[in-house]
Design a protein around this ligand. Structure first.
Ligand code: GRF
Length: 228
């Protein structure tokens, strides 16, 4: 049987894309991803993520949003580009555009995002600064299904780390990014192997509804004992 096909959307550095590429080719130190990265699409011509894709021999496409007359016309073109790669799963990895309902509906249940906060805390931008300012003790990252609510779809998996004395937004961002590189390939693997789905009651893993925060990755790691 052929492996599921993933299309990844990026706007920037693409370190999450790299983790997915590594996991799909047996190069990730911990996570295996039983799917192929079929293509990488960006709205930014010079995005480093495109270079990572090309280096891995993965097809790329660029659709510069500034050249479209409206959000809807951009999203319609994006929809047709992504569809042309026969995507089973679409992954937003640092894709800095809000998608309109036409796109979200077309890939409903097959569209994931990663967000650098413990959702539902801090949807939107500047999450590390906001966690520091609030005096939070814990911070982290969440993978979630995308719905029409910004950063508001059902959470699949969440990983957390403590905020330590004298932490800065940059240091925190770096530590959170490391977690992102673990949980994104893992969520994609669950989806690719048919274990994960979006149902009316929310995200289901192995047919069971996940709690509001999704799988707790810290606990999962201990329970899995190295088994994926
Ligand atoms: C990550 O922090 C991700 O959570 C957010 O954008 C950043 C993308 O980083 N949505 P990269 O491009 O994957 O390095």
């Amino acid at each position: 049987m052929s492996r599921p096909r993933i299309v990844v959307l990026v706007s920037g550095s693409g370190s999450n894309l790299q983790a997915l590429l590594d996991a799909s080719t047996g190069r990730h130190p911990e996570i295996e991803l039983a799917a192929d990265i079929a293509a990488v699409v960006s709205n930014v011509a010079g995005a480093y993520g495109l270079e990572r894709a090309q280096r891995a021999g993965v097809a790329t496409a660029v659709l510069e949003h500034g050249t479209f007359s409206s959000r809807e016309s951009f999203d319609t073109a994006l929809l047709s580009t992504v569809s042309s790669y026969s995507a089973d799963l679409v992954i937003l990895a640092g894709f800095m555009r809000i998608l309109s309902p036409v796109f979200v509906q077309a890939f409903y249940g097959k569209l994931m995002n990663i967000h650098p906060s413990l959702l539902p805390k801090y949807p939107g931008l500047h999450t590390h600064e906001r966690a520091l300012q609030a005096g939070d003790k814990m911070h982290g990252a969440s993978v979630h299904f995308v719905t029409e609510e910004l950063d508001g779809g059902p959470v699949i998996v969440q990983a957390s780390i403590p905020i330590v004395t004298n932490d800065t937004a940059d240091r925190l961002a770096q530590r959170v990014l490391k977690l992102e590189h673990q949980i994104y390939p893992l969520a994609a693997h669950w989806f690719a192997t048919g274990r994960l789905e979006l149902a009316a009651e929310g995200a289901l893993l192995d047919g069971k509804a996940l709690p509001a925060g999704g799988v707790n990755y810290n606990e999962w790691q201990v329970a899995a004992g190295g088994r994926r």
